[in-house]
Design a protein around this ligand. Structure first.
Ligand SMILES: Cc1ncc(COP(=O)(O)O)c(C=O)c1O
Length: 421
């Protein structure tokens, strides 16, 4: 039977979700109650009050338990969480830090903010760091690796931790897109020396804007804490905690208690969101297991995957583009990397200010540091493996509000579109 007899002539997809966001879609009475309580208190400063009255401190405490780490510092963005973690770990002028070719630009930008030099390494078919290329990119100046758990998929942490150990490197997990994910039973963010989370609108849970820096290392926590607020030592002392390090200059990355209230209410919904996302992805995977000519993303730990997207690879970029367009015609939200109107800021060759080594500093730091001038060169074709993989990628965003009927209709759409390839 040919495909025109098997599949409906009209678009397959039914019962589309209203939104593709995660946490923000779940904002309800719990969030309204906590934010209202914060507003009624007329005190939105997170410090200078007992910890059990600070929504931000309560969020930190629950997040520490769920992430199985000793220290959590809530901050005002995922970028500031990365910066605090990098300062915490002691990344300094001219230190090289390995980042993946596929991540939001903030991962590399945070390295530059602390005057480090991002070194871009290939991803593999997990869409996360390729350990073999990480090892090739190590130089005497390499100080740390940032595995990014992209699209909720855990990175190859066993291999990356082994490389880090062998070469004496620090590991900072970028968990911005993987809040609640795990790798071999360990919460993401608890495996490396530190972790950074984002609580921005498009993440698994949201605080409006916000982030969290996590670590088991007291010194790293205190260093990150000092950088997040220039008066950190005073707030700590008022909470009967003396710093064990001499404090130094910081910025202001504090979380307001308004955001803390929202973060706390959302955190309590995280496991439900992830549970439903995982069910949806399993249903998709079972439904398309027999589709020919697609290769599924190589997920390093399917159990710990946050399941925020369904990713597969097609033989060529041209066909991937057609498949994504075909799926959209069927009513699905699907994308391939090269068919978007705007350059995707998650692919390194669109990171213009890094490719061109631009700096807000009039003397061009950190690229021109007198003591340790940059030895890294960037070209837009420097990661051919990543470009090849990404160009053949079809990605379908999932959301916890997809009904089973919708998922089944998407499965039908995938079969229909692939039957024409
Ligand atoms: C992988 C990754 N790292 C870092 C960030 C930065 O987080 P934020 O936007 O909260 O600063 C984001 C998201 O925005 C991200 O996706």
């Amino acid at each position: 039977m040919n495909s025109s007899d098997t599949y409906p002539k009209t678009p397959c997809v039914v019962d589309k979700p209203q939104s593709y966001s995660y946490g923000p879609q779940e904002i309800g009475e719990e969030e309204i109650a906590m934010v209202t309580e914060a507003l009624r208190s007329k005190n939105l400063f997170r410090y200078l009050k007992p910890e059990d009255e600070s929504f931000t401190a309560r969020f930190e405490k629950e997040f520490a338990q769920m992430t199985q780490v000793d220290h959590v510092l809530a901050v005002n963005s995922g970028t500031s969480a990365l910066i605090c973690a990098l300062v915490g770990l002691g990344i300094s002028s001219g230190d090289e830090v390995i980042v993946p070719a596929y991540t939001y630009i903030a991962t590399a930008a945070a390295v530059l903010t602390v005057r480090g030099i991002p070194v871009i390494a290939e991803i593999d078919e997990s869409l996360t760091l390729d350990p073999a290329d990480v090892e090739r990119k190590i130089t005497p100046r390499t100080k740390a690796i940032i595995p990014v758990h992209m699209r909720g998929t855990p990175s190859r942490m066993d291999e990356l931790m082994a490389i880090a150990k062998k070469h004496g490197l620090l590991v900072l997990e970028d968990c911005a897109q993987a809040n609640g994910g795990a790798y071999k039973g360990k919460p993401l963010g608890s495996i490396g020396d530190a972790g950074a989370f984002s609580l921005q609108q498009f993440k698994i849970i949201t605080a409006g804007e916000g982030g969290a820096f996590v670590t088991n290392d007291r010194t790293a926590f205190e260093r990150g804490g000092c950088y997040h607020c220039s008066a950190f030592e005073f707030w700590m002392r008022l909470a009967n905690q003396e710093l064990t390090i001499p404090p130094f200059v910081g910025e202001n990355y504090r979380m307001s208690d308004l955001n803390g209230a929202l973060a706390l209410a959302q955190l309590r919904k995280r496991e439900w969101i992830l549970g439903r996302l995982r069910e949806i992805k399993k249903r998709f995977l079972a439904g398309i297991a027999d589709v020919k000519n697609i290769k599924m993303q190589d997920v390093p730990d399917a159990e710990g995957d946050c399941s925020t997207s369904l990713v597969f690879f097609i033989e060529s970029s041209e066909i991937a583009k057609n498949v994504a367009a075909g799926l959209r015609d069927e009513g699905m939200a699907a994308g391939s990397v090269f068919d978007k109107g705007i350059p995707d800021r998650h692919i390194y060759y669109h990171w213009d200010y890094i490719m061109e080594k631009r700096s807000p500093d009039m003397y061009g730091h950190p690229w021109t540091d007198a003591a340790r001038p940059c030895q890294v060169e960037y070209t837009r074709d420097m990661c051919p493996q990543s470009i090849d993989i990404l160009s053949r990628t079809v990605s379908i965003p999932l959301t916890q509000r997809m009904s089973d009927a919708h998922v089944d209709s998407c499965i039908c759409a995938i079969h229909k579109v692939m039957s024409r390839i």
